[in-house]
Design a protein. Sequence first.
Length: 202
Amino acid sequence: MSAIIKNKVSINSTIISKYPHIIAAHQRTGTTATQSEAKDYLIGVSARILRQIAELKIGKIEMECTVQWLGEGGMAFAARSGSGHIVVMDGAPEGGGNNLAPRPMELILAGAGGCTAYDVVMILNKSRQDISGCEVQLKADRAETDPKVFTRIHFHFIVKGRALKAEAVGRAINLSAEKYCSASIMLGKTATITHDWEIVET
């Protein structure tokens, strides 16, 4: 190590033993390594490792949900999410339900609306826009025959705030639609997705 680090501050030998890349890299170039250079190198390596770990975790996201029929006399079901929340669903009377809760497909539509609204609010907050409200109105068409998938979904955003920039609102909605909203992007595999928006000054 002394041959590589000439008349410079020694690097902690434990770190060097764990990260021989520092020595190898400098031996290849014939340069010397200061403690500061080694620290910078380690920071870079750590950042790359953390990004790789994050990518692996993203690729292995698992979700859980348990759905239970609530019994005879109806077609109501209770769903318990992996995060510990319960949502009740029911069917239309013509399908044996009692219309006491949203239909499962309505919850799918609501999930898409909630997903994209979440994105838009977060992006506008990070952009330092003075947002005070965000509403998404969704209208959808379904196929006439089974499986009656969504074939068209329109998202209308009503964004409220003070001196909101139109370009910032449009950018937030586009980022959600094209990159972040997993629910609407997934539904876009079968449905034509469209968007428009309006800004309300408060």
